[in-house]
Design a protein around this ligand. Sequence first.
Ligand code: GDP
Ligand code: K
Ligand code: MG
Length: 274
Amino acid sequence: REGYLIALAGNQNSGKTTLFNCLTGSNQHVGNFPGVTVEKKEGRIRAHKDAVVVDLPGIYSLSPYTSEEVVTRDFVLKEHPDVILNIVDATNIERNLYLSLQLMELGIPMVMALNMMDEVRASGNVIHVDVLSEHLGIPVIPISAGKNEGIADLIDQLMKTAQGGKMPAKMDFCSGEVHKAIHSIAHIIEDQAKEAGYPTRFAATKLVEGDEPMEKALRLTDNQCHIIEHVVQEMEANLQTDREAALADMRYTYIEAVCQDCVVKHQETKEQIR
Ligand code: GDP
Ligand code: K
Ligand code: MG
């Protein structure tokens, strides 16, 4: 492939299309993803005609529940973009980071655009962007796509990351029983994941979640399926919760800790002053 491919991913209403327009101007092409009626928009970044951005559908997770999620996941895993540009609605940061953690597991260089910073400022809240970046191990650029602010900085970082090919510094956000299960399973499926072209950790996490397309894609033997099922059931028993809730709890626990460090709510600011 010539030039760079940038995949723009984020929750619905995070400002993806607004940002896409800022980045590409009128330089865009609309089509469909192969085999589905999900719209595919791509365009070249202004002043960087060698960089193509694809506006992926808005999603909440990388589990294959909707065709939008399947399209996004397949696109990233098959096309292997040079950079994932993850746009996050900063006014809704905890919910949005849930997807970010999953995108980081894909083992592709990532840049986070923290959008709607105009609204954050107006509310009197403060987000310490450097602290967030440090925690997540990826560059984070504050922007306001709606006001066309921060776009030049974002483009600079995108080009740097595309050229540098640096992976997220951390890709492992799991802890406790879930950590144990993911790592046991990763060990079992390592070769098959490589063969099928999936990052091992991502594949293992998906198997813990009970993701059927992943089970099929890896061509697991019956024996492997039994062992994996046993590992997951043991995890569920120890945590006294089901597999999906276990993963969601783990991610939100991590996100809460990160946000406690980097988000200062207006009320807290006033209390600190008082
Ligand atoms: P998408 O669903 O992710 O494609 O989101 P859109 O680009 O359609 O944006 C969702 C809504 O948020 C629209 O009403 C935008 O005008 C608005 N929006 C996007 N970016 C910003 C921003 O930086 N600040 C503010 N205040 N609103 C924004
Ligand atoms: K929208
Ligand atoms: Mg959109």
